[in-house]
Design a protein around this ligand. Structure first.
Ligand code: BGP
Length: 493
């Protein structure tokens, strides 16, 4: 019984939410650099500029807040607006001491992401930006020296902005070439050092956040399906490049996933659940190498036609991923009655579950969500799995003596880890690791807030970027350290 001895206990980060230094050392703008701060109730917005007239303005990012850009407007940074990613927690200048803290915490693995716009500032450049690569050399070497295995996401909500303004994001086939150039640069540079990679963060979230996942300005269903196809091709070419450059590399897909429950025993609700799963994306393409019939039929019904190059499906078929990484924050209740749906967490529309609590941000807290999700994915795809995001966004208070008491986080994670262990110990799921989200506090992707904190380490920084940026260990830091030392949660007899 128990988790494997080499189980990768870790923590996760994303470049645009932690690095800051948004223009330093030749970095180009990324799509997150033009996102304003929102709040629990106010959505984040995008800022634009019409270069000819100097006129500026704001627009929503898309669902459910319409994205509308005036003619000739380009997404751009404008004056007097606060953009959380510009400084974030300044990991760029703190990475050495942050990695030392991670080592003290006992992490065996860290999920980071590399910022495409640091390496190829415009996305379509011929040559990489050496300074950007040097930054990641430093991070990777520091991780390896600390005995921490890196898991690198290649694209996590932060593609170069130029690829959106100039090409309309992933709708344009040329991005597959630019992406291949970017990943090839990284694979050649980090072969023998970085073994685990993820391609596109939450690739299946394109149906709810097409701007963040794929830089889409045109967001109709046809455009989303086409852009997603290009990402599938890029993912397959990534796998192909890895096999060529370093066959020891393991490439994972990354999806967002959580259990679905029906509101009632009415078969119509069960059908709604099945349809929701189908709408949520097609892990099959990256995992098994083909489009499943339900998606092909859906496209046919809706008159969606995907333009493909003759070789696309061949590349997809021959280059499937090695493992499935997924984010899982909670569960959703589904019903056929569309009238009663609301946002129940991480952009998921559902009905409030009367058996479960909600976080302060209204996300459903489900103590069994990992066992259920791990089993469902393993039964379907028989691939090794990795929980690459999971956690509780909560308010924390830094006490006068610089301690942070966060029993709510410990309680949440205790249940999650127990559920994850059950999937391995009782059901025999093949699980590589666990990297809870934001092991150190960082900017929220959904709301841009700092006060929505996930970390074991508190960062002194507020919603407007004020604060010393000092780091403080929360109570949960000492708790998680013990969990890692014990290779899991041991039940008290
Ligand atoms: C996931 C994203 C992460 C992360 C997390 C928590 O969907 O992949 O980047 O931010 O959600 O969401 P939030 O930051 O909105 O609380």
């Amino acid at each position: 019984m128990g988790l494997p001895a080499d189980f990768l206990w870790g923590g996760a980060l994303a470049a645009n939410q932690c690095e800051g230094a948004y223009l330093e050392d030749g970095k180009g703008l990324s799509i997150s650099d033009v996102m304003t701060k929102g709040s629990k109730t106010e959505p984040r917005q995008l800022t634009w500029l019409i270069p000819e007239t100097g006129k500026t303005g704001f627009t929503g990012t898309g669902f459910p807040f319409p994205l509308s850009l005036p003619n000739n407007a380009k997404l751009a940074v404008i004056d007097d607006v606060y953009y959380p990613s510009h400084n974030a927690i300044d990991f760029y200048h703190h990475y050495k001491s942050d990695i030392a803290l991670a080592k003290e915490l006992g992490l065996k693995c860290m999920r980071i992401s590399m910022n495409w716009a640091r390496i190829y500032p415009n996305g379509d450049d011929e040559k990489p930006n050496e300074k950007g690569l040097q930054f990641y050399d430093g991070v990777i070497d520091a991780l390896l020296e600390a005995g921490i295995e890196p898991l690198v996401t290649l694209s996590h909500y932060k593609m170069p902005l130029n690829l959106v303004n100039r090409y309309g994001g992933w709708l344009d086939y040329r991005l597959t070439d630019y992406f291949e150039r970017y990943v090839t640069t990284l694979f050649e540079r980090y072969k023998g050092k970085v073994r685990y990679w993820l391609t596109f963060n939450e690739i299946n979230a394109i149906y709810i956040s097409p701007y963040m996942t794929a830089g889409l300005l045109k967001q109709d269903e046809q455009s989303r399906a086409q852009a997603l196809h290009h990402q599938f091709v890029a993912s397959a070419r990534t796998v192909r490049a890895a096999r060529r450059i370093d066959p020891d590399m393991k490439i994972g897909q990354m999806i967002t996933r959580g259990p679905l429950y029906t509101l009632t025993a009415n078969p119509k609700d069960k059908l709604a659940l099945m349809e929701r799963r189908h709408e949520e994306g097609t892990p099959e393409v990256q995992v098994l190498g083909y489009y499943p019939n339900y998606k092909l039929k859906e496209y046919e019904r809706k008159g969606i036609r995907i333009e493909m190059l003759p070789e696309d499906m061949e590349v997809i078929k021959n280059n499937t991923v090695d493992f499935i990484g997924f984010s899982c924050y909670g569960s959703t209740v589904v019903t056929a009655d569309k009238e009663v749906l609301s946002n129940t967490g991480n952009m998921l529309m559902g009905v409030r579950n009367e058996y479960l609590q909600q976080s302060e941000w209204g996300w459903t807290i489900d103590p069994d969500c990992l066992r259920l999700t791990l089993n469902e994915l393993y039964d379907h795809y028989h691939k090794p799995l990795w929980v690459v995001e999971n956690g509780l966004g909560a308010f924390d208070k830094l006490e006068d003596d610089k301690t942070v008491h966060d029993p709510y986080r410990v309680e949440f994670l205790q249940a999650q880890i127990r559920s994850m262990q059950e999937a391995v110990e009782i059901d025999g799921v093949d699980l590589i690791g666990y990297t809870p989200w934001g092991w150190i506090d960082l900017v929220s992707a959904g709301s841009g807030e700092m006060k929505k904190r996930y970390g074991f380490v508190y960062v002194d920084c507020d919603d407007d970027g004020n604060g010393s940026l000092n780091r403080y260990r929360k109570d949960s830091f000492y708790w998680y350290k013990k969990v890692i030392e014990n290779n899991g949660i041991k039940e008290e007899k």
